[in-house]
Design a binder for this molecule. Structure first.
Ligand SMILES: Cc1cc2nc3c(=O)[nH]c(=O)nc-3n(C[C@H](O)[C@H](O)[C@H](O)COP(=O)(O)OP(=O)(O)OC[C@H]3O[C@@H](n4cnc5c(N)ncnc54)[C@H](O)[C@@H]3O)c2cc1C
Length: 428
């Protein structure tokens, strides 16, 4: 048995490519993942209280791309969800307050007990901003927009905890995309499409991977199978430095420890996510899952605390020039590897959001098929046996004896609504 493609990693990068290659080019695909589940870091599951949680931290879908939103809408209905975050800080009297982040009109008026209008706030910011010609660091970006006091209250401690680096040591791009608002718009993202998959990410991944030409092997490091499974080409979505046996040294990553807790109350937080910028608090944020998924449970709620770490699973590539230079050495090797495509967050050493990884995977598929003649569909000569390939349980596990809590039906965007939206319909 030979597969056309061996895909390493069943996250967005690997799963989208598996789906495209199987459904559009008739390719046979074996997708392996060393974890016990599909979905990569976007995987969700029900915990022992029946609450849908994100084991690898809260994942909120947002995109400006109608192509990406349209593509994923083939595999899920959606729940309208606009993300909002509060920061827990101290006001001018040293009293703890919760204020919107990104900083907006409400943030400033609450913190400084003011009653500014948007126009007045514009002038207020200008009066505090420091003049910096070319911002090179994260610190300079923020200080040049809102001044040093707000930088220290909201950004310095949070960044130092998250990266174990001072913002003055980090590339400007880390904070460059964070908006500073003069209105009371308290949405965390500005994107056109802000929706959560109605039945969760894992349910969406099950559909993405449902093509019979795609076989899934879980609990398997690709090193275990690469010599025994025959394949024509490989798509690698794991860490690029690992692929080349760390030839130039390890690429540095920042990791997180997730502390999951369930509380005997309907609601735990004042917002879906609360950030803690102060260095006196060891975690960076707490997220409450029911607020993200829309799930209802009258007496219980599950939350996750995030503690930044230097060791553990690789989550965030470090945005510093020397790390990029080290990655570029691996990229040169990767570019010279015939028959292996490096796709996704770990293989290209970039912090991408989910929609960007889907976009990268779709672009890679176009590149693969554009490069050569489209070939006739390959039909498997014999079905794979369980021994060949473990199509492990792809169902979301629900704790024995527990019923998963229903996810409410409204507000929902169905696939028909999505076609309407994408054809220029008016969204309400
Ligand atoms: C805490 C956190 C919060 C996030 N929140 C958001 C958010 O709100 N919105 C958003 O858009 N994005 C968010 N992201 C980013 C999002 O997780 C990524 O964009 C997305 O998961 C990347 O998909 P991927 O396929 O590239 O990588 P992954 O999801 O990491 O998948 C790679 C897979 O490869 C497997 N693998 C690695 N090495 C091997 C090997 N040797 N053999 C077999 N398998 C291997 C891994 O087990 C993994 O399952 C967040 C990320 C983190 C860390």
């Amino acid at each position: 048995m030979q597969f056309d493609y061996l895909i390493v990693g069943a996250g967005f990068a690997g799963s989208v490519l598996a789906e495209r290659l199987a459904s559009q080019s008739g390719k046979t695909v074996l997708i392996v993942d060393k974890r016990s589940h599909i979905g990569g870091n976007a995987y969700d599951r029900y915990d022992s209280s029946g609450i849908l949680i994100h084991p690898y931290g809260p994942h909120i879908f947002h995109t400006n791309s109608d192509k990406i939103f349209g593509y994923l809408s083939q595999f899920t209905d959606w729940r309208a969800y606009e993300h909002r975050v509060l920061a827990s800080v101290k006001d001018k009297n040293d009293k703890p307050v919760h204020v919107p982040i990104p900083i907006n009109l409400t943030t400033i008026n609450t913190l400084y007990k003011l009653n500014l209008t948007p126009d007045q706030l514009e002038i207020w910011y200008r009066g505090r901003a420091e003049k910096i010609e070319h911002c090179r660091t994260s610190e300079e970006v923020v200080v040049s927009k809102v001044g040093r006091e707000l930088y220290e209250k909201f950004f310095r401690g949070y960044t130092r905890k998250q990266w174990d680096l001072d913002p003055s040591e980090l590339d400007a791009q880390v904070t460059a995309r964070i908006p500073t608002r003069t209105t009371d718009d308290d949405r965390y993202f500005n994107d056109t499409f802000q929706y959560m998959p109605l039945h969760g990410y894992t349910a969406m991944f099950e559909k993405i991977l449902a093509n019979p030409r795609v076989k899934v092997m879980l609990n398997t490091d690709y090193h275990e199978v690469k010599e025994t499974i025959r394949f024509r080409e490989m798509i690698f979505t794991g860490p690029v430095d690992e692929f080349f046996d760390y030839r130039f040294g390890k690429l540095p990553y920042r990791s997180l420890h997730f502390q999951h807790e369930t509380h005997d109350t309907e609601k735990f937080l004042a917002a879906p996510v609360v950030n803690f910028p102060s260095e006196d608090v060891p975690y960076t944020r707490i997220s409450e899952f029911k607020a993200l998924t829309g799930q209802e449970h009258p007496t219980k709620t599950s939350v996750v605390y995030e503690f930044p770490r230097s060791t553990g699973d690789p989550y965030y590539p470090i945005p510093k020039a020397d790390c990029t230079a080290l990655y570029n050495k691996y990229k040169e090797l990767a570019d010279g590897m015939p028959g292996v495509h490096f796709v996704g967050r770990l293989a290209t050493y970039k912090y991408y959001n989910m929609d960007q990884v889907v976009g990268q995977a779709l672009a890679t598929y176009d590149k693969i098929v554009g490069k050569r003649e489209q070939v006739a569909p390959v039909i498997l000569s014999a079905p794979l046996t369980e021994k060949d390939v473990l199509r492990n349980d792809l169902k979301i596990p629900v704790a024995p004896g527990r019923k998963s809590q229903p996810i409410p039906a409204q507000p929902v965007a169905t696939r028909a609504d999505v076609s309407f939206l994408l054809s220029g319909g008016n969204r309400q």
